[in-house]
Design a protein around this ligand. Structure first.
Ligand SMILES: *Cc1c(COP(=O)(O)O)cnc(C)c1O
Length: 419
């Protein structure tokens, strides 16, 4: 996290002191580095530049309009999983033809909207979805470009809640019966079948599952071609893991080598849908200590961020490194703390038994690698306003989502006149 490092003893985002942001915006607040996100995107794109690759950034990792705009300017397309995300991608300036629509539960309204705006591709995940999309497209006198997402029954070796490529997972169609589905799709009106899609999970640390999945897809391409069904595109999904702790995240060159070896000789154009790998290490969550609390057996740092602001630790037992914003604290005494939020849930715990400097009320701390699946999962639980987001570039910074006010939060509810 070079873009989040200490300068003169103070943790900065690029050239902006996090303490300055905290003073003006308050905490908790997400802070993103444009340079970090750009560097991650370039690293991904450069590694695949010798293959005919397009990169459709998976919006669900971080769908702030400013973040999407930043990536749009670098040439990214988008992978969206809802009409809301599709609207965000368009609003941020991503051309419709560079947008892929994934997801197991697209509604008719969503599909019709996507066709109306001229979306580039649908990644179809089931037999019934094929029929519905065919009917809607035919009705509109249009042809929908589709990929069929297959489930290769490969264990992604990641957390079970973000594993998507096993036969028992809800995603895609079983690769073993895929030829029948492709053959049927080829006969349906309003559909142009051109691609096989695969996405086996998120935060993959080993490249072996990618190799297994991509090799299975290559086999299917050969079988389909033998059956007279031409496939000239492949959508290889996202899922590349990042460093949260001490895990060895796969490097881009090795990932690209796996792609080249498994599908490089098929003459297919490739689409990738990275989310976490682009934005995960491009953001931190800045929070303040409210209380330091002790019992006979434990010590707690109660902070002002809660699981409603960053749910990854309680949802996936995820690890986020925690650093004091004031570096001098690291030189002082340390103790072992549980770092917890203010929410009335035991699951509202960011870290257990974490050795940290002995911080006190109002001290600032940063949760590292919080740029992906952080702010997008924020909620109003415990009636806490949705957390704000800040984007930094060099010495400039802007609030790119302001903190929700209490009035805005309450205004969403209505009390019926009959009550
Ligand atoms: C979530 C998702 C992605 C992005 O996954 P990352 O692990 O963030 O790279 C890509 N494609 C699909 C279909 C997804 O559901």
């Amino acid at each position: 996290m070079n873009e989040f490092s200490y300068r003169n003893g103070h943790l900065h985002a690029e050239s902006v002191a996090l303490a300055d942001i905290a003073r003006e915006v308050g905490t908790p607040v997400y802070v993103y580095s444009a340079a970090a996100i750009e560097a991650n995107y370039r690293r991904f794109a450069d590694a695949l530049s010798d293959m005919q690759a397009s990169i459709c950034y998976a919006l669900k990792a971080n769908s702030n309009l400013a973040v999407i705009r930043l990536l749009a300017e670098l040439g990214a397309g988008a992978d969206v999983v809802s009409e809301g995300e599709l609207r965000r991608a368009l609003a941020a300036g991503i051309p419709a033809e560079k947008i892929v629509f994934s997801g197991v539960g697209k509604t008719e309204t969503e599909m019709a909207f996507a066709l109306d705006v001229g979306i580039g591709q649908f990644n179809v995940e089931s037999d019934p979805e094929l029929d519905i999309l065919s009917a809607i497209a035919t009705n509109k006198g249009q042809t929908a470009n589709i990929a069929i997402r297959v489930n290769p029954d490969v264990d992604a070796l990641t957390h079970k809640k973000i594993s998507t490529g096993r036969r028992e997972n809800k995603f895609g169609i079983d690769i073993s019966s895929a030829e029948d589905v492709f053959a049927r799709a080829a006969l349906l009106p309003g559909l142009q079948v051109r691609s096989i899609a695969v996405h086996i999970g998120s935060q993959l640390i080993s490249l072996d599952p990618f190799a297994a999945a991509f090799t299975a897809v290559a086999g299917l391409v050969q079988r389909l071609r033998a059956a007279g069904i031409e496939i000239d595109h492949l959508d290889l999904g996202g899922g590349l893991g990042i460093v949260y702790r001490a895990e060895e995240a796969p490097d881009m060159a090795s990932y690209a080598a796996v792609v080249r070896e498994s599908v490089g000789n098929l003459g297919c154009k490739l689409t990738f849908e990275p989310g976490r790998a682009i934005v995960g290490r491009g953001g931190i969550l800045l929070s303040s200590v409210i209380y330091r609390k002790e019992s006979d057996t434990r010590k707690w740092l109660v902070v002002d961020a809660g699981m409603n602001d960053l749910i990854r630790p309680s949802l996936y037992e995820a690890f986020h490194a925690i650093r004091p914003v004031n570096e001098a604290a690291s030189g002082g005494t340390h103790a072992v703390f549980d770092v917890v939020g203010p929410i009335c849930e035991t699951g509202d715990t960011f870290a257990l038994d974490r050795e940290l400097p002995v911080l006190g009320p109002k001290d600032l701390l940063a949760f590292d690698s919080a740029g992906a699946y952080g702010a997008v999962m924020a909620s109003n639980y415990n009636s806490r306003p949705i957390v704000p987001e800040v984007l930094v570039r060099d010495d400039k910074w802007s609030v790119v989502r302001r903190r929700q006010t209490y009035d805005e939060m309450l205004a969403q509810d209505d009390i019926p006149a009959w009550l």
